[in-house]
Design a protein around this ligand. Structure first.
Ligand code: LLP
Length: 485
């Protein structure tokens, strides 16, 4: 029989036990999961010194609330742990003008993975020499932009890209500039223990030059022989949301091996090694991420040992954390709209039905696709008040026309949660706003940065007129108001 195209999860209904036992305090804010400034004041969740009811009233819901000190604190912790190395913030996790400026002001580098991320960073005043451009299919226009701006590195991903880049670099060098600095992205054959769609260094996927087939060495040799390109180092990225440093250590071992092969083949000793991002964060209290300090110590140790074994000088290290900087400091606030109890069977106790409450909120898979796409786990709390009502088994769902529109699959919430309450979903700073869509013509939520009792809207709510502006028939409608505002 043919498998259903939706894959093995099709029709799979998680058993109610997936929620685990109810926690003793349903309103608790585990510091591993919640932004550093999160606290309850008189029962209400405060973020950056602001009560959530006030934020929701002023900015509406759904709303991304970003704790500025959490974001910048985590960036600083990576910078300190990796002193002497370059920390590139992987901006695909979440980027806007304000964030680009924080990252620039705090001295970090920036990883852009499209021409438009690069354009945004440059427009915000990010120093080009601290930017690297990624992508498995960079267009001529994107490469031209990167070369014209004089960015720090282009991370070359394919032989076709080398063909495309060479004439652009040649024109630039002929006009008097230095050769264009590039890294070669090597695929090191590590199976990172993460979701298949976000693992990137196994062989059977689209990124980079395979180490095993010799393509990585061939690409490096080719670039070294191109007078208009300057191969400054190698790059490897093994995947995302990885907890175990063993994969990074194995990757480091293999790319240093490639540095050795390259010296043997060409006599060149490359000065830089970028090990990518992918450091995991806690979405649930039971998740156990490794600190930047420990990651740094382990990577340095492996690289030092490998380089010593190969008789190579230790290269300058770079890393590209995205989620680990942006993820934990942001929560999404939603307003509860409807609650539908569904009887699942009996709880075991005679006559006691087991019920799951479908708690529908005013956003959904358009502002957080991760649960639907990766089966990601989140947690959330009742945010506008405390409650000592007994726990009820819940599933937090959005308002999209799709039953897979789930935000938090299985959790316990106080049984008195009602329409009009606010829910806060934790750790939504990475890959939620940046992957948001207008599915069902829902509008992208705003992002508000909070700090020391001050809230600043750093990205405004999308308006219906922003979306209609693309429509041949509706573009000229005078300011459509829509149902939301
Ligand atoms: N460097 C490279 C070359 C990457 O491809 C990525 C992520 C990163 C750094 C940053 O990875 P991070 O430290 O944020 O894990 N949308 C998915 C994640 C896709 C990651 C793509 N590349 C998710 O929501 O989990």
């Amino acid at each position: 029989m043919r498998a259903h195209p939706a894959g093995p999860l099709h029709g799979g209904i998680a058993p109610p036990q997936a929620a685990g036992a109810p926690p003793t305090d349903l309103g608790a804010l585990d510091p591993k999961v919640w932004p550093r400034s999160a606290q309850r004041v008189g029962g209400e969740l405060h973020l950056g010194g602001r009560p959530v009811t006030d934020l929701a009233r002023t900015h509406g819901t759904p709303l991304f609330v970003l704790d500025e000190q959490d974001f910048r604190g985590r960036a600083a912790e990576f910078a300190t742990a990796f002193e002497g190395a370059d920390v590139h913030y992987a901006s695909k996790a979440f980027l806007c003008g304000r964030v680009a400026r924080w990252v620039a002001d705090d001295g970090l580098h920036l990883d852009a993975c499209s021409g438009n991320e690069l354009t945004l960073a440059l427009a915000a005043g990010f120093p080009p020499e601290r930017i690297a451009l990624h992508g498995n299919n960079k267009s001529v226009g994107e490469l031209q932009l990167a070369v014209d701006a004089g960015i720090g590195h282009i991370v070359v991903d394919s032989f076709d890209e080398i063909d495309r880049l060479v004439p652009i670099a040649a024109a630039r060098v002929e006009a008097g500039s230095a050769p264009v600095p590039v890294l070669i992205r090597a695929t090191v054959g590590i199976e990172a223990h993460t979701h298949e769609f976000i693992a990137t260094a196994h062989e059977d996927q689209k990124f980079g030059f395979s180490l095993a087939t010799g393509d990585a060495l061939a690409a490096a040799v080719r670039v070294i022989r191109e007078p208009h390109l300057q191969l400054t180092g190698l790059h490897s990225h093994i995947g995302s949301q990885i907890f175990d440093t063993a994969g990074f250590e194995a990757a480091a071992h293999r790319v240093v091996g490639l540095l050795g092969q390259l010296r043997q083949a060409t006599g060149e000793v490359l000065a830089e090694l970028n090990l990518g991002g992918g450091f995991g964060i806690a979405y649930l209290p039971e998740d156990d991420p490794v600190s930047p300090q420990v990651i740094a110590e382990r990577l340095r140790a492996v690289i030092a040992a490998e380089c010593a074994a190969q008789g190579l000088p230790v290269p300058r290290l770079a890393i590209e954390p995205g989620r680990a900087i942006a993820g934990p400091g942001t929560v999404t606030l939603y307003e509860v709209g409807t609650i539908k109890p569904v009887r699942l069977g009996s709880s075991g106790a005679p006559g006691t039905p087991l019920v799951r409450n479908y708690v529908s909120v005013d956003g959904g898979m358009s502002d957080n696709i991760r649960t639907a796409l990766y089966d990601a786990s989140y947690t959330c709390v009742l945010a506008n008040r405390e409650s000592d009502a007994p726990p009820a088994l819940c599933r937090v769902v959005g308002k999209h026309c799709e039953s897979g529109d789930i935000l938090v699959r299985d959790l316990w919430l106080p049984s008195d949660v009602q329409p009009g309450d606010l829910l806060a979903v934790a750790a939504t700073g990475a890959y939620c706003w940046s992957m948001a869509s207008n599915y069902n013509y829902l509008l992208k939520p705003p992002v508000v940065a909070v700090r020391d009792g001050v809230a600043t809207e750093i990205v405004r709510r999308q308006r219906l007129s922003d979306v209609f502006a693309l429509d041949a028939v509706l573009a000229d409608l005078p300011d459509p108001v829509g149902a939301d505002r």
